[in-house]
Design a protein around this ligand. Structure first.
Ligand SMILES: [Zn+2]
Length: 203
């Protein structure tokens, strides 16, 4: 689905996978669940392109499911926060969510040992700014396109019925998550693109 001239949403993935086309680079936001691989590969095949950069908002399994496959196929630069890199590369073990549902899901997620994760300064694009939006996980980050005033927020909040709210069950620190949501609003984006739910147009 076309979100704007230079942003696509790859249809049918969970969580949402977005693709930004800048003048120089193709940047993918998050990677969906493992079984979303075919849809993602179809997108790149149809558009005759490939991701140069994959931006990971946070380590949850519905955001990193196809990452190792995509690394193997395209060898993109992978960007995450310092904190999340520790989890992704297996040097730190994420805290389990307090809710029963959250605990169950996390029990089934495999230990992570991704290699070669970079951090935000490597994006090297003045229009793109990483914004720390912790709470959902300690190292959750958002990506702001400054000129377009579009922000990709991962699970810092989700949209439902046109409203933006922090996520309940899987959020480790709800108070911090609320502050991050305020921070996102304070950036005055005109389009908010969440990991779950529809894009939210403001203004
Ligand atoms: Zn999440």
């Amino acid at each position: 689905m076309k979100i704007s001239d230079n942003i696509d949403l790859i249809d049918g993935t969970n969580a949402n996978v977005y693709v930004i086309k800048t003048e120089k680079k193709i940047i993918q936001i998050d990677t969906g669940m493992k079984n979303n691989l075919e849809r993602i590969l179809n997108y790149y095949e149809t558009n005759r392109t490939r991701p140069d950069i994959i931006f990971i908002t946070h380590y949850h399994m519905d955001h990193i499911g196809t990452l190792s496959s995509l690394q193997g196929r395209f060898n993109p630069m992978v960007i995450a926060s310092e904190t999340e890199r520790e989890y992704l590369e297996g040097r730190a073990v994420p805290e389990k969510p307090k809710s029963l549902l959250g605990k169950m899901v996390m029990t089934f997620s495999a230990k992570m040992n991704f290699q070669g994760i970079s951090t935000c300064e490597k994006i090297e694009d003045e229009n793109l700014q990483c914004v720390a939006t912790p709470g959902h996980t300690p190292g959750s980050i958002s990506l702001l396109m400054r000129r377009e005033r579009v922000i990709f927020i991962g699970d810092a909040a989700a949209t439902k019925d046109g409203e933006l709210k922090t996520i309940g069950a899987f959020t480790l620190d709800p108070e911090t998550a609320e502050r991050s949501l305020e921070k996102i609003r304070a950036l005055k984006p005109i389009k908010i693109l969440p990991g779950h739910g529809d894009p939210l147009n403001l203004e």
